[in-house]
Design a protein around this ligand. Sequence first.
Ligand code: ADP
Ligand code: MG
Length: 700
Amino acid sequence: MNKTDVRYIKGVGPGNAALLEKIGIRTVEEMFAYLPFRTEDRRNYVSARELTALLPSDDSFFVAGTVKKITGGKSPYKRAQVIEIIIEDKAKTGNIRLLAFKNRVKYILAVLETGQEVAVYGKVELLAEGLTLNNFDFEIIKPGDNSLSFFRMTPVYRLTKGISSKRFRRWMWNALEKYAEAAEEFIPEAVRKRLALPPRAEIFRNAHFPDSLEAQAASYRRIKFEEFFVFECAIAYNRARIKKTKKPLTYKLKKNLLTPWKESLPFVFTSGQKKAINDIFRDMLSPYPMNRLLQGDVGCGKTVVAASAAVLAKENLYQTAILAPTQTLAEQHFKTFSALLKESRVRTVLLTGGMKKEDRKKTLEEISAGKADIVIGTHALLQENVKFKNLSLIIIDEQQRFGVHQKAALSAKGRAPDILVLTATPIPRALSLALFGDLDRSEIRSLPPGRKKVETIHGNSQEAYELIRRQIEAGFQAFVVYPCIEENETQEDYSAKAAHKYLSEEVFPDYKVTLLHGRMSPAAKNAAMEKFSSGKTDILVSTTVIEVGVDIPRATVMLIENAQMYGLGTLHQLRGRIGRGGEKSYCIVTSPGADALATQRISYFLKSSDGFELAEKDLELRGAGQYFGTAQHGLMDISFNYNKTLEEKFPHLSDIAILNEARQEAFPLIKNDPGLLKNKTLKTRIMERFSEGFNLAKVS
Ligand code: ADP
Ligand code: MG
């Protein structure tokens, strides 16, 4: 990778480098990866006559000509700071009129003179006064200049204050001139040939300054492929490595703890749970480390399956670590595990960042002495001073929140420990294999018997308030979910803060209403959650921060406002927070102004409560061409970033096709060359990716 600091790009320097860092560009490689969000065809200009025939049109046009007249500027009417510029087009077919306002006036008067040749791009109107542009990009044409903004396909970037498009294009051009050729190829030739991928030395030039949109599309395809390919190779490499290592610890199924524990449970396992436990035990008893993903909808009973694995570990006198994505969830797991295992001789401890010093010290000692059998915690578990006596099993809750590297860090605390990953995020089949190809998979598709379905209703806020009132009067609690934390001009109806004020003062002054959102301090978040889970608060108004795993059995109603703004995955996860106590529960969604696609999404949501089915539908709808507003330069951090939602990672269905191509190429490659001895550059790439992502501060 080209790690050259951007400051060394011709024209950049230290001052501009600081500006570039604001948009996440520090190195040449990152500069190249900053793809335009749009590319405008400014190859050929049109004449005034041609324009007249093409109008009216919403398109922008490129016109070129000679400045004939500049008037205005020092307007006699003080408030109107306008200048009018008349240009005659190059083919001399007519005049074109430019209007410039306010802050542009001074600059234009300073640089523009009659007789100059100019290139102009913008929307054109046909007014009584003639062909007019009042919002335009322009450049003075000097013979011999290599314009980067005109007479070509022109990239348009999302930039920050202080960086103009023109300067950025120049820097990009200079960077490409100097470094693009040297971009190191790392995709084997056979793969490139098979998939008709352009060579690496060409792709960045064609991504930024393409000769045609087709050439650009080919580069984009390769850029995505590269990203996925390195990711899939890493997965394949990892899998091959794990399958080779023998575990130093061995297991026996003694049943001296398992049998009495199982008999102490107030229920029998569902068939899905039995099958999952079988898979897991088989892995644990095998000589190779387990690396398994347990997928199952919220409430299907994954916890007790995980607990069975921990009891098997304890039977063999080994320790288990359970890693949760948040403090709240760690505490909740601690309670659940302690309750589930209270009839057994398994000792469970909690280790979190917020503990008192002495408690922490004591807990750390218990862990290193092997007195603690199950250690539950957050990222705090990954810290160096956490030492286990004989860690053999790692359970990770919610795959989405942890990267490969965190898993590696935790693994290093044991000797080739077994790893079990739990996730309630249903992933469409087409994706699951590609994303989790390094893991074996178990799925629980059925819920325990007697579970009541959450009744989902499409309604309005007033109806919802009445239902909430009835449920609270009956002794239950309610969630109200909003898409945004704060108001801004465009989204005033969507803010949790405003809703909290309105609901607590106007609608439910007689109830306790608490606010929870992502920008609160962790302590404040915990306090809010604690109030709600202990029943001190009746209504929790929140953003989607409640999405992950919170268990409040008394919460029987949820109002999701502006449901049109969420993907099906998020809606499903949100709904999973209620109906967990066996009481009849209700989810009400509102969707003012939903477009056709959102309406369809919501109709699926009303019909189905099966997460896997909804995930498939989500993907199907996304294939209908909806672009989920992700900037294209976001492409580059797809890999290893489990914090992104599926929508963010895969705005287009075609991306998934490329991901699968990458997988199909990566696995055979690693199979034939497991140590990547014949593909050294690729190996370096993979290793760089591994170590780069290994930054805990980046997570959460
Ligand atoms: P998950 O973690 O998969 O969302 P949990 O493990 O929290 O689900 O289980 C949800 C609830 O179902 C818990 O209260 C648990 O005790 C209960 N449960 C689990 N398995 C069974 C079963 N086989 N029969 C009845 N209830 C069960
Ligand atoms: Mg759970």
